[in-house]
Design a protein around this ligand. Structure first.
Ligand SMILES: NC(=O)c1ccc[n+]([C@@H]2O[C@H](COP(=O)([O-])OP(=O)(O)OC[C@H]3O[C@@H](n4cnc5c(N)ncnc54)[C@H](OP(=O)(O)O)[C@@H]3O)[C@@H](O)[C@H]2O)c1
Length: 200
């Protein structure tokens, strides 16, 4: 399979890339990293990346940002960061990418535990994750050519535990192999419209 992994050099992405590279052809993408350049917050950048890659069999996104700050400090502009990057970035990756995804191919988006179990300072990040879940449920009903769409929704991952420990008191970091398995399930099983939650 030819698999495109946007964010393939990030904390989660690099483990997903390492796994799929064992048996598949992997193309990585990012703003400053990867085989091809893309900024998911800009539709024209998404389009030009697909013009370079051509058709692929699976599209995974482990990229997307949102601003973390106390609700009292978040401006409207701050909320737009998450809406433009993590939410519409992934929606546009599907909207444009469906024309470059082979029949039977899959989209795998990335959300996170904040959708169900937020911590303080995540009104924007949690909101965006929840919106992506609703998008996946609805988009799955209208996918054509046997294309499928799922989201992987992990808890704090082991490789980030050190960095984010203070933000997630009492959360058990999720082993990376379990996180990777969420992406494996989305790509290789027949799931469609599944929010693949991996919280422990
Ligand atoms: N870390 C966790 O514990 C955890 C748990 C659950 C969910 N998540 C979610 O999983 C996603 C990835 O997290 P991570 O910890 O792996 O992040 P990360 O280490 O910061 O990696 C993000 C990757 O995405 C790329 N990227 C970021 N913005 C982009 C954009 N606008 N367009 C294209 N590529 C972009 C980055 O590369 P460039 O800088 O080269 O663009 C980088 O390779 C995030 O949405 C995060 O909320 C993370």
């Amino acid at each position: 399979m030819k698999i495109l992994i946007v964010g393939g050099h990030g904390t989660i992405g690099r483990k997903v890339v390492a796994h799929f590279s064992m048996e598949h052809e992997v193309i990585t993408a990012g703003r400053n990293s990867g085989d091809v350049t893309i900024d998911i917050s800009a539709s024209n950048s998404i389009q030009s990346m697909f013009n370079q890659t051509g058709k692929v069999d699976a599209i995974i996104c482990t990229a997307g940002e949102a601003k973390w700050a106390p609700f009292n400090d978040l401006s409207e502009e701050d909320f737009f960061i998450g809406l433009k990057s993590k939410l519409m970035g992934q929606v546009n990756l599907v909207r444009i990418g469906k024309n470059f995804l082979a029949p039977g191919g899959s989209f795998t988006l990335t959300t996170g535990v904040l959708a169900d179990d937020p911590v303080v300072m995540t009104t924007s990040a949690a909101m965006v994750n929840g919106a992506i879940h609703s998008f996946v449920l609805a988009a799955a009903l209208e996918m054509e050519n046997q294309q499928r769409i799922n989201a992987v929704c992990a808890g704090l991952v082991e490789d980030s535990a050190e960095k984010y420990r203070d933000y997630f008191p009492g959360h058990n970091p999720v082993p990376m192999w379990k996180v990777v398995n969420g992406y494996v399930r989305s790509v290789l099983a027949n799931d469609n419209g599944n929010i693949i939650r991996i919280y422990e």
